[in-house]
Design a protein around this ligand. Sequence first.
Ligand code: UDP
Length: 349
Amino acid sequence: MKILVTGGAGYIGSHTIIDILENTEHDVVSIDNFSNSDAKTFDRIEEITGKRVKNYELDLTAYSSLKERFFNVEGPIDGIIHFAALKAVGESVEKPVLYYHNNLNGLINLLKCCQKYDVKHFIFSSSCTVYGNAKTQPVTELTPVQPPESPYGYTKLVGENILKDFSATKIGFNALSLRYFNPVGAHPSGKHGELPKGRPNNLVPIVTQFASGWLDELNIFGDDYETRDGTAIRDYIHVSDIANAHVLALEKLAESEHELDYDVYNLGTGDGVTVLEVIKAFEKSTGISVAYTISDRRAGDVECIYANNSKANRQLGWNPKYGIADAMISAWQWQQLLNTKRGDTVHSE
Ligand code: UDP
């Protein structure tokens, strides 16, 4: 297959490209406008895989340039793995129009191109945020979706619906939405990982940057939840395992041809882990103590969510290989590499 990865310089997109190059014979090409990523990502992908990936620096919301500067130039594409999207929940509350414009118009333009250029298979980055504050845990794909808490969450839910409707038109197009739980960690080589622009929003990069002195404080948002240690529970899944699921999912679509129109899969480990347990796992894996502060709950956070992943396991043959300790070790190796390059790389503060 020839695969287009949008957002190929981003955290999960770049790990997916590495998985494709390391483990398959598929060709891959990327579109990324570097709005929250760095062109140097492709150097690191080349260092790890020995292969150079071509990237088109295009904005997916500009339909004519997407057509003319990508699809007319690249020729037939068999499948698209679509990561390119804005993803900061808090920012989406402040700038809802930006989020709806970027995430939904980008998706719609890609689907218009799928129709025009006969692209048959599509994998969509969705999120466990669509389950909201589910009463029963772990959540399965049959757990009802809830009205999202943020514009970001809505773009994921609406994106899923758009794909479901488009797949139902029976034009030979099929799609899978993958609902990520909490992606963490870095490539097992430690040579490539997450590089958010500005201050990170997620727990693990905050822990590694705090342990490196890049950040002044590490707050635990709430210790009064009804959980075993009072801190919130999430399902932390290694980014390389998430990446691998995309390749399996696309191959499943290609093999199934017209039998499968649309489906959704949870991508989590199946284990719920508290914030304090994440910090302890970091301390144990690295031997570094982190002096955290307990602060108020963060608005919009749910108490507990983790996945039942048996559908992905059964139907995609997906088995997460890495645990929380692997994620902490690789994230820390990657952070240490960033520390050595601090002068010439993008970082927080
Ligand atoms: N969290 C925290 N301190 C931080 C960042 C996150 O205590 O500095 C908590 C957050 O409240 C949540 C968990 O860590 O319970 C995971 O948060 P993250 O932002 O990584 O992912 P989310 O589950 O919100 O998508």
